[in-house]
Design a protein around this ligand. Structure first.
Ligand code: NAD
Length: 305
């Protein structure tokens, strides 16, 4: 299969492209705003093609998104705080950039499209675990962009007979996550490496559903296998199990084997309380099955196995 991956040099993209590159012809589309060419040098050596460009460049997209069987759209501005400061820019890339890409696909008769959405569209849900039927409640421009993006993916499927899926990723962790926007797992790892106490904001009872990058890549691969007939259908891609930040900190300290403290600092404004996915739809319809426990995934990461 010929596959075009936007944002393919990013954290998720690098892992995905590495996995897809066995048995497929893969092209990465990138502007390297949050990654570098150096980070994909091994992939380029292994035959992956690179098109350097920006999602805002409609003419370029129309020219280069040609003769592919499938487009996987990962490129986005992912910094929530930046989206609050500059919602226009966030919208320009995350929504209009997606429309540019969808239109280039339609113009070139590419009718399979998978988009990376986010658990952030649920906001701070009253009832967990969230299903795909939970009413979205975006509480940042980034989350609103992702929801709008899903709508366009859906609308293009209905209007232009595309097959498409939006995958709602929960908190992804794994090797070589970029430092700039890294979540708490990367921050805890850095504290552990320098033998410092782990800092937990607030009471640490807030929960997250952490998914290992390998399980996430499996979710995307299953979406590829089952895309026929899907019209912008949404799927939660997570583990279906959440842990509190306190539990996460304790688990990471215990895996490290070090004798480190947990330090509680004042809560941060805007931090979500609870996040946990119901993943039954992805299990039933995509045959997706996460199989890396948090303990295994963190051990791989911390002990570099
Ligand atoms: N990492 C997570 O936990 C997580 C959770 C939910 C959703 N997501 C979504 O998954 C996708 C990938 O996330 P990631 O963590 O790999 O992020 P990332 O920033 O590491 O990767 C995104 C890539 O897109 C590129 N890019 C950004 N703007 C571009 C543009 N205008 N044109 C071309 N390329 C551009 C960046 O240079 C980067 O390499 C994003 O859509 C993100 O919103 C990620």
């Amino acid at each position: 299969m010929k596959i075009f991956v936007t944002g393919g040099a990013g954290f998720i993209g690098r892992h995905l492209v590495e996995s897809l590159n066995h048995g497929n012809e893969v092209t990465i589309f990138e502007n390297f705003s949050n990654s570098s060419k150096q980070e994909i040098s091994n992939l380029l050596q292994d035959g992956v093609t690179l098109v350097q460009g920006d999602l805002t460049d409609r003419d370029l997209l129309k020219k280069v998104v040609r003769d592919y069987d499938l487009v996987i759209h990962l490129a986005a501005k992912i910094d929530i705080k930046e989206s609050i400061k500059n919602p226009h820019l966030s919208n320009e890339i995350n929504v209009k950039g997606t429309i540019n890409l969808l239109k280039a696909c339609v113009d070139n008769s590419i009718l399979k499209f998978i988009a990376a959405s986010s658990a952030s569209i649920y906001g701070d849900p009253e009832v967990i675990p969230v299903t795909e039927e939970t009413v979205p409640n975006p509480i940042s421009p980034y989350a609103a962009d992702k929801l709008a993006m899903e709508s366009y993916v859906h609308a293009f499927a209905n209007t232009f007979k595309m097959n498409s899926i939006s995958l709602r990723f929960f908190n992804v962790y794994g090797k070589s996550q970029s430092n700039a926007y890294a979540g708490v797992i990367t921050k805890f790892m850095q504290r552990i490496a320098s033998n410092k106490p782990l800092i937990v904001f607030g009471d640490g009872k807030n929960t997250r559903d952490y998914i290992h990058i390998k399980d996430l890549v499996q979710g995307i691969s299953k979406a590829i296998d089952h895309i026929d007939g899907k019209k912008g259908r949404t799927y939660n891609i997570a583990t279906g199990k959440s842990v509190s930040i306190n539990e996460l900190a304790e688990l990471m300290i215990s895996i490290s084997g070090k004798n480190l403290e947990i330090q509680h600092d004042p809560p941060r404004e805007g931090d979500l309380r609870f996040s946990e996915a119901n993943i039954q739809r992805a299990i039933d319809e995509l045959n997706y099955q996460p199989n890396i426990t948090l303990k295994e995934g963190l051990s791989k990461l911390l002990l570099n196995r």
